[in-house]
Ligand binder design. Structure first.
Ligand code: UT7
Length: 330
């Protein structure tokens, strides 16, 4: 991955909606209980967007914090990428709504659908635009209002997902800067696409046509997804470490996709990464799909865990099945 320039993480921010849906709340809605959810997933609560909050509203609040952290204004931004599968509308893109809300004029803005890998896919694209010298400052957001696509009668899915947004400003680094994005490796295995779907409102099936309400909700083969999540994230970690010739001891923090604590433990176990160097914040958020990594990263920064100069490995997997890794010095 050569290029004229390298990129750095100039600023980070996140936003979680105020309303909380706890495991106790879910006990009143489906046949489940707090103990099962905590033991099997690690999740204690998730945040739910207000009825009048769109995905772009969550993006805006996270983006404003990331811009402030980067000491930049919207007019400095050259490109906006939003990783999401639950945008404001099917068309136009949430990135265009965000561009308008931020007041950035006339810059390229688009959404990227890689499900839970959406944020790191978007980072890899931002990194390419910086490396080639096309752009200097790129706003990358992962955001979801997933609760609108969850069947609160399906105990396998409704306990998992939540809403939220996280944003990074990725900027051109100085040639002497050591804190840069070292690599990104992205993958997809479309042969496993039916394991995790949201079928309604697509060209194959319009919402109004389907008598099966489940087709309008996230549907998942949980155990299969679990196994593939461990397999692909472990493979992605290995690929990043081999490519950069680093070993687990040289990585300060791993920020994995936050889907299930047992998945994170299984990945950590394969590389003997101690769990206290795996960033885990899903107890508070549940699975916010494309938003989990920037939300967990921001939380770890604000809580004094991740610090400037440290080497960080991001890894994600999601519907597609997509997966990938980003290795960077923060
Ligand atoms: O970003 C990607 C999104 N998806 C994921 O990452 C999901 C990956 N998968 C998972 O996290 C897990 O597979 C689940 C949390 C979804 C399920 O956990 P599991 O340990 O794989 O449970 P299981 O499906 O093997 O079910 C074990 C038992 C079953 O009962 P029986 O058949 O043993 O009597 C289920 O019916 O647990 C039951 N069960 C529940 N019980 C209480 C399933 N869901 C629940 C629930 N509350 N919410």
């Amino acid at each position: 991955m050569v290029g004229l320039y390298r990129s750095r993480v100039a600023g980070v921010g996140s936003y979680l909606p105020e309303k909380i849906l706890s495991n106790k709340d879910l006990e009143q809605m489906v046949d489940t209980n707090d103990q099962w959810i905590v033991e099997r997933t690690g999740i204690e609560r998730r945040h739910i967007a207000a009825p009048d909050q769109a995905t772009s509203d969550l993006c805006l609040l996270a983006s404003q914090k990331a811009l402030e952290d980067a000491k930049l204004t919207p007019s400095d931004i050259d490109l906006i990428i939003v990783g999401t599968v639950s945008g404001d509308r099917q068309m136009p893109s949430t990135a265009c709504y965000l561009q308008h809300k931020l007041g950035c004029s006339n810059i390229m803005a688009f959404d990227l659908n890689a499900a839970c890998s959406g944020f790191i896919y978007s980072i890899s694209i931002a990194d390419q635009f910086i490396r080639t010298g096309v752009y200097k400052n790129i706003l990358v957001v992962g955001a979801e209002v997933l609760h609108r696509y969850i069947n609160y009668k399906d105990r396998e899915t409704c306990i998992l997902f939540g809403d939220g947004a996280g944003a990074w400003v990725v900027s051109r680094a100085e040639s002497t800067d050591k804190n840069v994005i070292a690599s990104s490796h992205m993958h997809a295995d479309g042969g496993l696409s039916e394991l995790l779907t949201l079928q309604g409102n697509g060209s194959l099936l319009s919402t109004s046509e389907t008598p099966d309400e489940n087709k309008n909700f996230v549907q998942m083969k949980g155990r299969e997804i679990f196994k593939n999540a461990v397999r692909t994230m472990a493979a992605c970690c290995k690929e990043a470490m081999e490519h950069n010739q680093v070993n687990p001891d040289q990585i300060d923090w791993v920020v994995p996709h936050q889907a299930n604590k047992r998945i994170i433990e299984a990945v950590a176990d394969q590389f003997k990464f101690p769990m206290d160097r795996m960033v885990v914040y899903l107890n508070e958020t549940g699975n916010t799909s494309a938003a989990t990594i920037p939300i967990a990263f921001d939380w770890a920064v604000k809580n004094g865990k991740i610090q400037r100069g440290q080497q960080i490995l991001l890894t994600a997997f999601g519907a597609g099945l997509t997966s990938g890794s980003v290795l960077l010095r923060y």
